[in-house]
Design a protein around this ligand. Structure first.
Ligand SMILES: Cc1cc2nc3c(=O)[nH]c(=O)nc-3n(C[C@H](O)[C@H](O)[C@H](O)COP(=O)(O)OP(=O)(O)OC[C@H]3O[C@@H](n4cnc5c(N)ncnc54)[C@H](O)[C@@H]3O)c2cc1C
Length: 279
């Protein structure tokens, strides 16, 4: 258990003031106990912090960090079962070792299974929706259950806005050729490194894709590439990303998000909706 822990240590943006407590459950039983004990107190659940922007004031409550624990992965025929804390890269590696195809699109997304199911994470034409057949959860009372209908939509799932937290997920994949799977993963990793500013802290794409447009293209056409407020900057490499160029605060990022949104709305009449989650 970490006390007064800077959230900048737990987010890919490297931004965020202190949380009163950060706790990492090791097992499902631990998680259920912790959630039960936190009933009627202020708390939140996070994965690997790769889609999170945390306030400079921090979080006046307990952060239950699932990444680091609950990361067991097992394979049965063409189904992989993974704990909510397992990194997608690790699940991807297991899929590759077992010649299972279908997970390639997700293997370069830097989040956990729990965060990915919650967000319906997707890339290169694939989404969690295509491969998740069921998930288990714990709710705020400490009760557990299973879900097979996830109401997946663009960057959303049945978990959004509920008191249920993902504990594990089952992915239905297909038998494939391990060399082809490995090649595809490598190709996607190269494409990511070429297009995305992976050398800087960020939380990935800041905005959802507006219907009929690409957020990054609109931001670029609005002349905002490289626009900087404090330490926060619209990436020169991928305008859909805001990067932390060094010492960026949450306030810098929020100001830049507002500026980008207003400029794009004025120039193109398109409203950009935030993809990253605020804490
Ligand atoms: C360089 C970079 C590239 C990225 N590329 C992509 C991409 O290609 N496609 C894409 O979709 N995303 C991408 N992302 C964003 C991010 O990786 C995904 O949204 C990922 O699914 C978030 O997982 P996480 O574990 O980091 O979640 P976190 O950031 O820790 O949390 C995100 C949200 O999920 C909730 N959550 C986390 N775990 C659970 C759980 N177990 N149960 C219930 N709710 C939970 C949190 O409360 C929070 O609201 C990228 C990010 C970065 C930094």
């Amino acid at each position: 258990m970490l006390i007064d822990e800077p959230m900048s240590n737990h987010t890919s943006f490297k931004i965020g003031g202190p949380a009163s407590v950060v706790v990492v459950p090791d097992t499902i039983e631990d998680l259920c106990e912790i959630i039960k004990a936190l009933k009627d107190t202020k708390y939140t659940v996070m994965g690997n912090g790769t889609n999170l922007l945390v306030s400079d004031k921090g979080f006046d409550g307990t952060v239950v960090k699932i990444s680091g624990g609950l990361n067991e992965i097992s394979v049965s025929d063409t189904v992989i079962t993974a704990g909510a804390g397992a990194l997608l890269s690790k699940v991807g590696a297991v899929a590759k070792q077992n010649s299972l195809s279908g997970f390639e699109f997700a293997s370069g997304i830097p989040g956990t299974v729990g965060g990915a199911v919650f967000m319906n994470a997707g890339a290169y034409g694939g989404e969690m929706k295509d491969i998740v057949v069921s998930s288990t959860y714990v709710d705020s009372q400490g009760n557990t259950g299973e879900i097979t209908e996830h109401n997946f939509g663009y960057r959303t799932s049945i978990y959004k806005g509920t008191d249920k937290y993902v504990v594990s997920a089952k992915f239905k994949l297909e038998k494939g050729d391990s060399k082809e799977i490995a090649d595809k993963m490598l190709d996607l990793a190269h494409r990511r490194a070429e297009k995305q500013p992976l050398e800087y802290p960020s939380a990935g794409s800041v905005f959802k894709r507006p219907e009929g447009y690409f957020a990054g293209a609109l931001i670029e056409q609005a002349g905002l590439k490289g626009k900087q407020i404090g330490g926060a900057c619209v990436s020169e490499k991928h305008s859909g990303f805001i990067i932390n160029k060094g010492g960026a605060t949450c306030d810098d990022v929020l100001k830049l998000i507002d500026f980008v949104r207003e400029t794009v709305e004025k120039q193109f009449g398109v409203t950009l909706e935030q993809e990253i989650r605020l804490l």
